[in-house]
Design a protein around this ligand. Structure first.
Ligand code: HEC
Length: 235
């Protein structure tokens, strides 16, 4: 396409915008009760989302299986797909390659100083795995997998985490029979009751210091604030 044509298209687009665009009400207009009474002014932008558009975005899968598409996939097929599409980052056995996240292992490590949170050790529901892979993986090529491929890869991830056997076939029907090891590790925040003993006294919220505070030193004297003249040079 020639430069001239590009320019022409650009100016045509601006012309169309100029015809459709109406400025939002000014502050003065917004403050004017007459304008308010008439309700917000329509500026002719946007349209109702088409049902197919909503359907394309509405892909979430819930723990009770709601949202799962029809389909199935075996651990065996998932192994092949995973090695081709995922292992370069997540490691052949889900142990991670380089500094990419690990997706298997870590069971029993959550209370350690360095907990390893993976699909197997941390995630409470298998549905999150399906949902996540469907919307976000493979990294850089998201939404490229078919539903059967996602079933297979999810089955393989569960297998790497010792949750299903080698000959398992994951389907829409048997999906909710999967119990994740850490499902009971999630519960409602109960600190208000369980940690009540930490908070024996009512915290003081007003006039808490009897004496007014005294300034003992200043940041400038302590030399904590870089000074362009005498302090360290900031690039
Ligand atoms: C190019 C590298 C790359 C490839 C290939 C890749 N991933 Fe990922 N994956 C990532 C990164 C980066 C994250 C973390 C993304 C984030 O936290 O926003 C991630 C996160 C994940 C997670 C969540 C991990 C967690 O515990 O938070 C899962 C599950 C996962 N990927 C599965 C897959 C699967 C299955 C494939 C193959 C279909 C795949 N990934 C391919 C880079 C990759």
């Amino acid at each position: 396409m020639s430069k001239f044509r590009n320019l022409f298209l650009a100016s045509a687009a601006i012309a169309v915008l100029a015809v459709n665009w109406q400025p939002a009400p000014s502050l003065a207009q917004q403050g004017n009760p007459a304008v308010h009474a008439a309700g917000p002014r329509k500026i002719g932008l946007g349209r109702e989302a088409h049902p197919d558009e909503v359907k394309a975005w509405d892909t979430d899968v819930r723990p009770d299986g709601q949202g799962l598409p029809p389909g199935k996939g075996s651990v065996k097929d998932g192994d092949e797909l995973y090695q081709t599409l995922c292992a370069a980052c997540h490691g052949e056995f889900g142990q991670s390659a380089g500094r990419w996240p690990m997706v298997a292992g870590g069971q029993g490590s959550l209370k350690n100083e360095g907990p390893e949170k993976t699909v197997g050790s941390f995630w409470p529901y298998a549905s999150t795995t399906f949902d996540y892979i469907k919307r976000a993986m493979p990294y850089g090529n998201a939404r490229s997998l078919s539903d059967d491929e996602i079933y297979a890869i999810t089955a393989y991830l569960l297998n790497m985490n010792d949750i299903v056997k080698d000959d398992f076939v994951l389907t829409q029907k048997n999906f909710t029979s999967i119990k994740m090891p850490n499902v009971d590790g999630f519960y409602d925040d109960d600190r208000e009751t369980t940690e009540k003993h930490f908070w024996k006294n009512e915290p003081c919220m007003t006039n808490c210091k009897a004496e007014p505070p005294k300034v003992l030193s200043r940041a400038r004297t302590l030399d904590v604030t870089p000074d362009t003249k005498t302090g360290p040079k900031v690039d």
